[in-house]
Design a protein around this ligand. Structure first.
Ligand code: 26Q
Length: 754
């Protein structure tokens, strides 16, 4: 197609020309072009259709991703260059749809891309939040949350004109369906992401990201609720969840009928996937709807069990959802009798109280309901699935051994390599051809270039270029200066104690003190962190305050500043990730072993040639197996050790503080006057107290080993050729983590779509 002609025509309708248009106008013209092209394309077909239910789809900006999949990105880039602009400048006019918190939501987005790219029939079902995850403001030295709107007059949302009536306790409420098209990679397929919304949304949030909880009819889809550490709006989350699953379940049955099948054939023609427990009420809702259509309860329950699959994303007990029956009674009285019947049915299978759907306090355990009434349950990395079976869900695994499996997470290489790192993508293509674009496992062909000094040099130069571009972006967007010749050591992910950003802070203090004593490193180090903390998660917000104060202290110290920078990137989101990850030298994956179910940024960094500094947790275990011990920097206690320490209640940080003078000095520095003066002293002091009194995620236990291994890693950086070889092996082995591989496994073992 003639892109230049198409754009010129649209821009003429808008009263301008390619040379006269603003980037915002060009963005609109490209958006219309993509939407028009996709209207002509067809959804994938098959005997069974998947509906992937998720409260979060962290899709990120969509212009470039769509152009990549339509095979038009390079041509568009050329046309724009001829008219004095770039795709990067144009896409900066697109507000990011931040419709998720972190890994779980981004995984759902990668999965939709892979499902379409594999030509499988499958749509997403979620909610059209008007405000995505809050925008983070750090200007006062602590996190402030601001509303984060993304829906512009012209956006990717398609009004389908369809709605479903959701039977809430207060009466029916229409769920209006908007769609976002999901094109496959150069295969002519478009699937859909269905996002349900109220018909008359609230005009604007009253104030901040607070919400008028009384006004469910208008405010139900206003906000994405931040993760489990935020208790505000619990009841509202139940309203959101039921709204999503009831509308989605009705859509499923309507489409089933349209395809000419009877409700009792549901399991033969539909697969429903439940992404963590947030959509779990789809189970009783489907049973209720089947019963409305004349099917007996027991048969309905059997059909639904054969239809549904459930993925667990966490073993942190506090993140497993439970809802008091009173809440469900108020929100969705129609499914209350169904849940009681499901509880009775589960109790007929076992008298083990630990696996009950409803406990003695009339509280519903969503994950328990999911396991009883799904035919497949999976973890998201080998270690995680093993821990589920051997400990967290052991009674279930004994009851239903055939249900349990692992599906190691993946990422889409379209966004996370071709889209965000075109220089590396073309270097790879020059070396091995472009088969890897359809089959990421072919990246292994790069291993034949191991030992090719010229190629390794080119690889290092691509990284240098990306570091320079990141430095320019940080200057323009975040108002920070970094030295592209320093080592870029990056930890970006949600802020959580188990992810141990606080341990990274200890390293910064250690390094600061070393430099003060004259032990300057070979080369400057730039530590980059980025993370949002749940608004009610005090300790997480305190850790941000500590890192900000440390960054200031280091920057203001003329003895240290030439050697060390600690940059905390404000408002970390998908867009920021796309700039940061291609430029990373070191990927920080330092969670307490056994706590990170999988992690997915670890995979993105690996594919972009960063070396992992990490614990044997989540998918890091599989990364280590793939690249070999010489191409990864591992430290810290094993998951077995950690689980043992928890079981025996055998960890006391106070003892570590008393026994290890050097560590105590680093810790005590947190409360030094010079640091407290550079930030919120109350927040910083709380982090200190928590380290010594609780340290629930054992940062002190691994701190020494962490510092030692990090130093070895940074020293190794100086042998540039050897480092480049390691990066090469990481890129070559990263193909395993393609979400195409993950989705093939889901399809083969769980969904059976075609
Ligand atoms: C629960 C109750 C009430 C309100 C919110 C929540 C809630 C919201 C979001 C609970 C959990 C989440 C998000 C979890 C998540 O992102 N988990 C991550 O999933 C990734 C994809 O599988 C893994 O790679 C990460 O290891 C895991 O932490």
């Amino acid at each position: 197609m003639d892109i230049e002609k198409n754009l010129s025509q649209t821009l003429a309708e808008m009263g301008t020309t390619l040379d006269g248009a603003t980037n915002a106008q060009i963005f609109c013209a490209l958006l219309r072009m993509v939407r028009d092209l996709e209207t002509e394309m067809k959804p994938a077909e098959g005997n069974r259709k998947l509906y992937y239910f998720s409260a979060e789809f962290l899709v990120g900006r969509l212009l470039r991703a769509n152009l990549v999949n339509l095979g038009l990105a390079d041509d568009v880039e050329r046309v724009l260059a001829a008219h004095g602009t770039t795709l990067a400048a144009v896409e900066d006019c697109e507000p990011e749809p931040s419709l998720g918190n972190g890994g779980l939501g981004r995984l759902a987005a990668c999965f939709l891309d892979s499902i379409a790219s594999l030509g499988l029939p499958g749509d997403g079902v979620g909610l059209n939040y008007h405000y995505g995850l809050f925008r983070q403001d750090l200007s006062e030295g602590v996190q402030r949350e601001e509303p984060n709107p993304w829906i512009a007059p012209e956006s990717w949302l398609i009004d389908t004109g369809t709605s479903f009536s959701v039977p809430f306790g207060f009466g029916p409420l229409a769920a209006h369906m908007y769609d976002i098209e999901v094109p496959g990679y150069e295969n002519g397929v478009v699937n859909r992401l269905h996002l349900f919304d109220v018909e008359e949304p609230s005009p604007a949030p009253a104030r901040g990201i607070a919400f008028d909880k009384g006004d469910v009819r208008h405010g139900l889809t206003s906000f994405l609720y931040p993760d489990d550490s935020d208790d505000a709006g619990r009841l509202l989350r139940v309203y959101q969840q039921y709204f999503m699953v009831s509308a989605g379940a009705q859509l499923i049955l309507a489409e089933l009928e349209e395809r000419g099948f009877a409700p009792k054939e549901l399991d033969r023609h539909v697969a429903v996937h439940i992404n963590d427990t947030h959509p779990s009420m789809v189970i009783p809702e489907l049973v209720r709807l089947l019963m409305e259509r004349g099917i007996e309860f027991e048969d309905a329950a059997k059909i639904v069990e054969r239809t549904c699959g459930y993925t667990n994303h966490t073993i942190l007990a506090e993140a497993l959802e439970t809802w008091p029956m009173g809440y469900i009674e108020q929100v969705a009285p129609g499914i209350v009798p169904v849940i009681y019947q499901l509880d009775a049915l589960a109790r007929a299978r076992t008298d083990d109280e630990r696996v009950a759907v409803i406990d003695g306090n009339d509280v519903v355990h969503m994950a328990n309901m999911d396991v009883h009434f799904s035919h497949a349950v999976n973890g998201v990395a080998a270690l995680h699935a093993q821990i589920l079976v051997e400990s967290e869900m052991r009674p279930f695994a004994e009851l239903y051994p055939e249900k349990f499996s692992n599906k190691t997470n993946g990422i889409t290489f379209r966004r996370w390599l071709m889209g965000c790192n075109p220089e590396l993508a073309s270097l790879v293509t020059d070396a091995i051809g472009d088969d890897w674009k359809r089959d990421a496992s072919r990246l292994e062909d790069l291993l034949s270039l191991s030992g090719d000094a010229g190629f390794v040099q080119r690889l290092l130069r691509v990284k240098e270029g990306n570091k320079e571009r990141l430095a320019a972006w940080l200057r323009a967007e975040k108002n920070v200066e970094v030295d592209p010749h320093s080592i870029f050591d990056i930890q970006v992910k949600r802020m959580h104690q188990y992810k141990r950003q606080q341990m990274n802070a200890l390293y910064a203090i250690w390094k600061y003190l070393q430099i003060k004593r004259g032990n300057v490193p070979n080369r400057p180090l730039t530590m980059v962190l980025g993370a949002k903390a749940a608004p009610a998660y005090t300790l997480a917000k305190d850790t941000i305050a500590l890192l900000l104060a440390l960054g200031r202290l280091i920057a203001e110290d003329p003895e240290v500043a030439p050697w060390l920078r600690l940059v905390f990137v404000e408002n970390y989101n998908v867009t920021a990730a796309e700039h940061l990850i291609p430029a990373a030298d070191v990927s920080e994956q330092i969670s307490l072993a056994s706590k990170e179910a999988s992690g997915t940024s670890n995979m993105k960094f690996m594919a972009n040639g960063a070396l992992t500094l990490g614990t044997l947790d989540g998918a890091n275990v599989e990364i280590a197996e793939l690249v070999g011990r010489e191409n990864i920097y591992l430290f810290g206690r094993s998951s077995e050790d950690v689980i043992g320490l928890y079981d025996r209640c055998d960890y006391r940080p106070w003892d570590v503080w008393q026994a290890d003078g050097e560590l105590a000095e680093i810790l005590d520095f947190i409360c030094s006057p010079e640091l407290l003066a550079r930030g919120d002293a109350g927040c910083i002091t709380r982090v200190y107290r928590d380290f010594i009194a609780k340290d629930y995620f054992m940062a002190l236990l691994d701190a020494r080993d962490y510092v030692a291994v990090k130093e070895r890693c940074l020293a190794d950086y100086e042998d540039r050729a050897a480092w480049g070889e390691k990066a090469l092996v990481n890129i070559a082995k990263s193909g395993f983590f393609s979400s195409d591989r993950t989705i093939r496994e889901y399809n083969r073992d769980i969904w059976h779509l075609s």
